[in-house]
Design a protein around this ligand. Sequence first.
Ligand code: SF4
Length: 426
Amino acid sequence: MALEERQDMERRQDMEFFSRHLLEWYHEQKRDLPWRRSRDPYHIWVSEIMLQQTRVDTVIPYFNRFIGRFPTIESLAEASEEEVLKCWEGLGYYSRARNLQHAARQVKETYGGKVPDDRDAVFGLKGVGPYTAGAILSIAFNRPEPAVDGNVMRVLSRFFLLEDDIAKAKTRVKMEGLAQALIPSGEASHFNQALMEHGALVCTPKSPRCLVCPVMERCAGRLAGRETELPVKTKAKPPRPETRLAALVEGRGERAGRVLVRQRPSSGLLARMWELPHWPAPEAPGAGAARPGDAAAMDRLRRSLGEAGISARPEEHFMAAEHTFSHIHWTLQVYRCREETLPLPVAAEARGPYAAQRTAEGATALSPGASVEEPELFADEAGHDGERAEMRWIGREDMAKYAFPNVFLKLLNAYFDQRDGADSAE
Ligand code: SF4
């Protein structure tokens, strides 16, 4: 037999071995996850969107709450965006929630509320990329479609000793071809889940558990002693650091006990989420600005507040907080501020300059298979495009009404805890 033929045959044997053993292992070892209890494509879709860049343990309570609150596609389509974001609060990458609701409306209007089982139709749903489409079609409809994300590429790179850079689009295409060829006839649903499960439980990123791996016997990466070197992946650009000054404006008079929050613009980073007002620190991070109590920082914050129509004086540093996006890393220096005049009625809408400006800088640094989230930077201090900020005075009891990104949720809870603790100690 010619060398080429022999290599071909061995490869086919490796593929058959891999698929068979992985499936057997999955049937014995699979975790009991809420979205595995049904074949409902809506449940599978929601779970796959939530699982993007998020751990299973984190997703489970969110999934249960979300499905409890929006049990059908119609209920999700008909909900207000505020409700959907509130249900997603803390899970991050909020454009996932907005896209999911948008797509639910597409399904309701175009497909009578039933998730389509047609490849082009599924691809046409907002927020559904190749991975999610493959997952829905294979898991829910048992279609032999590949569902290739970073986990799957890691497993395939190791088992087949592939040295292609998984950060490249053409590698993903190649992996999709391989993953599709590996699907045993009639077993797309179980096989794709087996592949994902194996990547999550056994062939893990840093310490693959080769000794308990169902396919170790023929794993080329392990046999070459290279399992921890694979997959090859060029490093993503680290998030750009940015220091920002945030204002915790405490109300006076009839607003005593409340703090001022504003809503972000309708597009860009964290669109329509609520937050404490914040602006960039006066100097580049690391240049000594915006340290707790820094006079220049407090002065700048006061001016920024004034420009936004908020008459308040920064009084003391409250705390620092960090928040990382795919492309940017915020260090928030938060100052307690005292309201000076009474410009805004309680719970009334306030208007202040808060313009959104998109920049050309896009989000990168996402692992292959992850959807691109929050791609635009938001520069609230540069340029005005007519969009003005909604503002509200809120107390702790109002927190349930507004959706906050995690960092502001923590800051506000820390503030209310500290204040209520001080009150009860008095
Ligand atoms: S033997 Fe090790 S490297 Fe190979 S697939 Fe199994 S866990 Fe991954």
